[in-house]
Design a protein around this ligand. Structure first.
Ligand code: SF4
Length: 78
């Protein structure tokens, strides 16, 4: 069964990637290559940029394949 959602965190923010929604525009790879690098595995490394850089780039994903949540919010909900 295909993976619906993958999570990558820098401890402060968690990037969520939904492969089925990705249209491979390459926006993320061009915009923040330290984090989004499809030549490495895993292809997302959230520890390579600040939270604000990640949030700004994730918000530019044209398909909605990328989203994020703040880790502190998740802990608050438990
Ligand atoms: S910006 Fe979004 S749609 Fe484009 S490659 Fe990245 S994850 Fe996929």
């Amino acid at each position: 069964m295909p993976v619906e959602k993958l999570h990558y965190t820098n401890g402060e923010v968690t990037i969520v990637w939904q492969p089925k929604l990705c249209i491979h525009s390459g926006n993320c790879v061009r915009g923040l290559p330290r984090v989004f690098n499809n030549r490495t595995r895993p292809w997302i490394n959230a520890e390579e940029a600040s939270t604000i850089e990640i949030v700004e780039q994730v918000n530019k994903c044209p398909s909605g394949a990328l989203s994020f949540f703040y880790t502190a919010d998740e802990i608050k909900d438990i």
